[in-house]
Design a protein around this ligand. Structure first.
Ligand SMILES: [Fe+2]
Length: 555
């Protein structure tokens, strides 16, 4: 197995979509950063414009992958589909480092979309170490894990934070992404000792450090929340200097995930970090001490903890409070509330990002209520948070409320269905279409009716209301027109590559049935029952012309 802890040098920045045009336009060497870290999940299994841009950046700069979905602490099996997608993205982009968090997100095939804390027990350590081994063997290379921030600490504990990190590294050969902000947040919230953690870690196992800003919770003033939404706090800058004095010169990367400012502002922050690093002189070094490990080998079981967390997210119970304890500033109630609120808020925000027009049509308050109902009735298992919107259109069609008529629900369902179609195609995987129908001449005339066609990613829409003009007006002018009268319309929507343009074709109801049958893999003779025989060839030619067909075979 290839062991890669770090051959990075210098200063990194978390790559965010908003900055991609500026990064591509910048002359090499003009930015104070020398490498970029991407959030792995944003690029797994997708194609289109975003993929092309990221490949261009990779051709100019070293890149690292940072994931949030490995769920190393989970008792669910490791998601092999996720690992497959990760391995194939790594094959394309050749990252210097692949990392994820020392946390868990999955339980009974559901995902929390939040990094939940692992207990620092022997049982948990052995379990996580086994899973890191599995991941490393599958990928054929070592990974790095990041120390996460947390808002509750478990009562039962066999290791300190630093001992736990160091022991995992020792047992698995993985490396560390040491997040300075998380060390500080955990010290404040949970009473962990950040310097003790630094002293427990072998500096040669740190691939690089993370640094970011955190905020005091607006309602729960005893809790510092790891928002990555503000510039780095002065206390964290001080801890960074201590970390450098303990660990020696180490590459560092600035993370920013919320309230994202212009690239130049983040570059200025990186320049500030460089100045801080220069202030740390060698004489300032803290002497390292060996900390004894106190191994209490007791298996108390991770299952009750995981079940209690998901019951909390589902608002069913607060039994997690029995399992955690207060040592720092954050009370148990506050810490629990952060997790409890974050799940619904994160999912609502993701739905608003996917369905901005729907949210504007409904109004934010009602949209929030609808999201809460939808979230509480649906269990999400995909690591890609955008996927939580997949069933929202169907949910809206079936939804019964006392303030909306079924007609209004159908209109909302149509708006959602159309928005989902566009979002879904924007970063659908790339594939090559057969633009020429000449392939049909390769089949004998008696085979033609048995042909089965393979479609590229596309969307066939059957709408009860003419909602496309609503979407167009909203996207172009931010205006929502009055609700239209009912009237059926049908569309085939597909992305044209390499331009990435989403093309929309208005089709008839009969064409909809025909194309839908074909796209579901029905043979031509069966799918074509909805259209007159003399139209079959001309309809097939349309599909070739529109670039929808990617393969033809005989049943
Ligand atoms: Fe981090």
């Amino acid at each position: 197995m290839e062991v890669i802890h770090s051959n990075l040098v210098g200063w990194g920045l978390g790559l965010r979509r908003e900055h991609i045009p500026d990064i591509l336009a910048a002359d090499r060497g003009s930015l104070p950063v020398t490498w970029f870290e991407i959030i792995t999940e944003n690029y797994l299994g997708i194609g289109g414009k975003q993929c092309n841009e990221i490949a261009k950046i990779r051709s100019l700069y070293p890149m690292t992958f940072h994931g949030v979905s490995l769920s190393l602490g989970s008792i669910d099996p490791i998601d092999v589909n996720y690992l497959k997608a990760l391995k194939s993205l790594a094959h394309v982009l050749q990252p210097t480092i692949i990392s994820d968090h020392l946390s868990w997100t999955r339980y009974q095939n559901r995902t929390s979309f939040d990094l939940l804390p692992v207990p620092y027990t022997e049982e948990s350590l052995a379990h996580i170490a086994r899973r890191i081994d599995q991941v490393q063997s599958y990928l054929g290379r070592s990974i790095c894990i990041e120390n996460p921030s947390a808002y509750v600490a478990y009562k039962n504990r066999d290791y300190t934070e630093g001992q736990f990190l160091q022991e995992i590294v020792r047992r698995t050969g993985c490396g560390l992404i040491l997040d300075i902000n998380n060390l500080y947040v955990n010290q404040a919230n949970l009473g962990f000792n950040a310097v003790e953690t630094l002293l427990s870690i072998n500096p040669s196992t740190i691939a690089y450090m993370h640094i970011a800003g955190h905020e005091i919770h607006p309602d729960l003033t005893d809790v510092r929340v790891d928002t990555h939404g503000v510039r780095v706090n002065s206390e964290v800058e001080e801890l960074y200097k201590v970390a450098l004095s303990v660990c020696g010169p180490t590459p560092i990367m600035l993370e920013r995930d919320d309230n994202i400012p212009a690239l130049e502002i983040l570059c200025d922050e990186v320049r500030e970090l460089k100045k801080l690093a220069r202030e740390v002189s060698k004489e300032f070094r803290v002497e390292r001490e060996e900390l004894p490990l106190d191994l209490g080998v007791i298996c108390r079981g991770l299952e009750p903890i995981h079940a209690a967390f998901f019951n909390l997210l589902d608002r069913k119970s607060f039994e997690i409070s029995e399992l955690v304890t207060q040592n720092g500033m954050a009370s148990v109630a506050s810490g629990i509330k952060v997790y409890h609120d974050a799940y619904h808020a994160r999912l609502r925000e993701a739905l608003r990002g996917t369905f901005p027009c729907l949210a504007a049509v409904i109004g934010w308050e009602h949209f929030g209520t609808i999201c809460n109902d939808y979230i509480s009735l649906t269990q999400f298992s995909n690591f890609n948070i955008r996927e939580i919107g997949r069933d929202l259109p169907e949910y809206l069609y079936k939804r019964h409320t006392n303030y909306l008529s079924s007609c209004e629900n159908t209109l909302l369902g149509d708006v959602a269905r159309a928005e989902w179609a566009f979002v879904n195609l924007y970063d659908a995987p790339d594939c090559t279409s057969w633009k020429s129908e000449e392939v049909l001449t390769e089949f004998s005339s008696e085979d033609i009716s048995d042909l089965v066609f393979k479609f590229r990613p596309h969307q066939l829409l059957n709408l009860s209301f003419p909602v496309m003009p609503i979407l167009d007006l909203f996207l172009e002018q931010g205006v929502i027109p009055p609700p239209p009268d009912q009237g059926h319309s049908y569309f085939l929507i597909v992305r044209e590559d390499p331009s990435g343009e989403i093309l929309r074709y208005k089709i008839s109801g009969d064409e909809y049935l025909f194309f839908n049958g074909l796209s579901q893999g029905r043979p031509l003779y069966e799918a074509a029952s909805s259209i007159p025989p003399e139209q079959v060839v001309s309809e097939l030619l349309k599909l070739f012309r529109w670039g929808v067909i990617t393969g033809v075979s005989v049943t």
